[in-house]
Design a protein around this ligand. Structure first.
Ligand code: EAX
Length: 319
């Protein structure tokens, strides 16, 4: 054990002098390393290991079941989660406010709100649930794909079996659009599409590209129906054991992660649609957003009455 620790510490230990025990930090996220999440996790690893001269080692692991990872972080078998807020509302209900369709106008709006006091306040809601919300990252605006037909208008969604995240706000919205929402973990998505258990799904361009969803889905419609935040969540006891200086370095590394992650989302947004066309997808780019919003309006009251309406208003008014 001692020898392995020494080898793992490598050059950093040699430079630092006597061998110190290395503290392992496992961060799990649900996509290949070559993705917007991988970019964020890698930036965090590099920044934190450098700042602590190798006293910490960050292990990046893939786990496509986001709920399971959050549970692991809660009990401490994994230190951190980097993933979407899809299932987070089941742990921290206040976060559901962010899941409302067409709440955010565009990327600057979403990023601005999450970087503001509003985002900071929401992060403080994790603590009572046995989790630390460290930083907001990004998944992206979600778009609809399916294997049946070109979806040009809400009417084309009628009867479509669509996998949603395990998120009650999203499920209500898809029901209102006339689709048949089927919630499941991301880990079950590709088999469900292959076996035809569902016809479609919705995810941001960076996810569709990184996870090759073009192999199981032919049609993409740029609905941008909801912004999907991502979040870095860590185990409270793990963070509490850190020295104040290391915790500062960790928070700094989390900010570096958010920057790298958003930069990669922007890059994927710039090239992803062309890439997916090249891979054979039929892409509907001209989408009548107002028609989708109109179709959702019947369910809006029902969705919002269970959420913090004042907060929703503050987010909508944000400039
Ligand atoms: O976080 O479950 C989902 O559709 C998520 O968007 C995906 O895993 C990336």
């Amino acid at each position: 054990m001692f020898r392995r620790t020494l080898a793992a510490a490598g050059l950093a230990t040699m430079l630092a002098g006597p061998a110190l025990a290395q503290t392992q930090l496992t961060i799990q996220h649900p996509l290949p390393l070559n993705s917007h999440y991988g970019a964020g996790a890698t930036a965090l690893k590099e920044a934190f290991e450098r700042a602590t001269s190798g006293r910490y080692r960050v292990n990046i692991q893939r786990n496509d079941n986001e709920r399971e990872v959050i549970e692991s972080v809660q009990i401490g078998t994994a230190e951190c989660y980097l993933g979407s807020t899809g299932p987070v509302g089941n742990f921290v209900p206040e976060v559901r406010t962010l899941d409302v369709p067409f709440l955010f106008r565009d990327y600057p709006h979403a990023r601005g709100v999450l970087d503001s006091e509003i985002g900071q306040q929401l992060l403080t809601r994790f603590q009572p649930r046995g989790l630390v919300g460290v930083a907001w990252l990004e998944n992206g605006f979600r778009h609809l794909t399916n294997s049946r037909r070109e979806v040009n208008a809400p009417a084309d969604m009628r009867g479509l079996k669509v996998r949603t995240m395990e998120n009650q706000v999203h499920m209500r919205a898809f029901t209102a659009l006339g689709a048949l929402p089927t919630p499941m973990a991301f880990s079950e998505l590709v088999p469900a599409l292959q076996q035809g258990t569902v016809d479609g799904q919705e995810n941001p361009i960076p996810v569709i590209v990184a996870n090759n969803l073009n192999q199981v889905q032919r049609f993409l419609t740029l609905t941008g129906h909801v912004y999907s935040p991502a979040v870095l969540i860590c185990n409270p006891a793990f963070l509490a054991r850190m020295s104040a200086a290391d915790r500062n370095a960790f928070n700094e590394a989390a900010r570096a992660a958010a920057r790298a992650n958003r930069d990669r989302v922007s890059a994927d947004e710039a090239s992803g649609v062309e890439e997916l066309r090249r891979r054979g997808m039929t892409v509907v780019t001209q989408v009548d957003n107002a028609a989708f919003q109109q179709a959702l309006s019947s369910s809006a009251g029902q969705i919002e009455q269970q959420l913090d309406r004042a907060l929703l208003q503050r987010i909508r008014d944000w400039r």
